[in-house]
Design a protein around this ligand. Structure first.
Ligand code: COA
Length: 367
């Protein structure tokens, strides 16, 4: 049975920075309050021309570069987002098209902020089954578009960004070692985006009542998160036959510094074993774990051979953890430039649209 190795990683964040002081000009809050309660100092906000797909593509190109893979080498793209570009088509399909990953199947997976753990596990399982070799997993968000900028309970928390992993099959032991996935739909109300779906389609009233924004019972989510995080990490470790002694790093979902602190206490681990960057990006939902991972890899904290636990929680409610032995790129001779495919992809996409229009005209004539 092949092993599923994480061989590429990339991230993209928008340039514009929104500080706590900037927020204090919009809602009744302060830098001190936000830092004390969440650990967040600033977050990135997407420009008008930035979307989950464009940020996702940037992160993916980096990840493909690290893995030394061409977009056309990909068999599968799984995108996970709490702020997808559309209901459908899937953001994964937009990324597939923009990358020029012509041989890849692509779909979205929705598990809110736990999405990246669920998606990475699904990618690893597909590789372990032997049916595919190369998978791209993308977590990407422009949550700023779903935040009520008048609601100080939520608008201080979220930020935009994207992160991506490439997973590849190899006979060498290592890579993803274990994973646990949990859900409890009975808690769905505590964090939701109430309108826009089939239950509450968009109307003037839903817009007027602010139901297209994120709604959250902060205290309830805090209680849930502190309850499940340490437990999920322990479960995944046990499944891999490891203890906290065996691992070099924990990479948690970056929602709130205090939640991470509680998990550290539960696991009896020092906080310096946790990769934390919530202060600079806020909660980027599905992108938070890969962004933290990429920064740790780029700084040289995360090294090949290190054992690591990824752990997250989110709306649904969902939570989960995944253990992995960090690999790094598999040895290959060629050097590829995945960004060059972007131009081919644009031209190809344009011509495919024209062909579909022409086909449509002829098809109608035949009828
Ligand atoms: N600035 C200043 N005051 C604020 C505020 C803000 N941004 N947001 C809320 N407050 C006020 C509240 O209105 C409340 O005032 P009141 O006592 O007069 O009613 C007071 O601060 C305390 O609010 P409370 O909700 O008890 O604060 P808290 O300590 O629970 O912290 C959160 C609030 C949101 C930071 C915290 O509950 C949290 O992080 N929850 C988890 C959220 C999360 O991670 N969501 C994403 C999951 S993926």
């Amino acid at each position: 049975m092949p092993y599923a190795h994480i061989t590429g990683w990339g991230m993209a964040v928008p340039e514009p920075v929104l500080t706590n002081d900037d927020l204090a000009k919009i809602v009744e809050t302060s830098d001190e309050w936000i830092r004390d309660r969440t650990g967040i100092r600033e977050r990135r906000i997407a420009r008008e021309n930035e979307f989950p797909s464009t940020l996702g593509v940037e992160a993916s190109i980096q990840a493909l570069k690290v893995a030394n893979l061409r977009p056309t080498d990909l068999d599968l793209i799984i995108c996970t987002s709490s702020s997808p570009e559309y209901f459908f088509p899937a953001t994964a399909c937009l990324i597939q098209d923009q990358l020029g990953a012509t041989k890849a199947g692509a779909f979205d997976l929705l598990a809110a902020c736990t999405g990246f753990i669920f998606a990475t596990n699904m990618a690893a399982q597909a590789i372990r089954s032997g049916s595919i070799k190369n998978v791209l997993v993308v977590g990407t968000e422009t949550l700023s578009r779903f935040v009520d900028w008048k609601d100080r309970n939520t608008c201080i928390l979220f930020g935009d960004g994207a992160g991506a992993f490439v997973l590849q099959a190899s006979d060498q032991p290592g890579g993803v070692l274990s994973a646990v996935m949990h859900s409890d739909g009975s808690g769905g109300d505590s964090l939701s985006l109430p309108a826009g779906g089939a239950r509450l389609p968009a109307t003037e009233a839903t817009i007027h009542e602010g139901k297209h924004f994120i709604h959250m019972d902060g205290k309830e989510v805090f209680r849930f998160a502190t309850r499940v995080m340490g437990r999920a990490a322990t479960e995944a470790l046990e499944l891999a036959g490891m203890t906290t002694e065996d691992i070099q790093w924990i990479i948690p979902h970056q929602a709130n510094y205090r939640i991470i602190e509680t998990a550290a206490k539960y696991l009896k681990m020092p906080l310096d074993k946790f990769i934390i960057n919530v202060d600079r990006y806020g909660n980027t939902s599905t992108a938070s774990i890969p962004i933290a991972t990429v920064e740790a890899a780029q700084k040289g904290q995360l090294k090949p051979g290190d054992k690591v636990v990824f752990v997250g929680f989110g709306a649904g409610l969902t939570w989960g953890a995944l253990t992995a032995q960090w690999t790094g790129p598999l040895p290959v001779k060629r050097h590829v430039h995945p960004e060059q495919y972007r131009w081919f992809a644009r031209v190809r996409s344009f011509f495919r649209r024209i062909i579909r229009i022409i086909e449509g005209i002829f098809f109608r004539r035949e009828l």
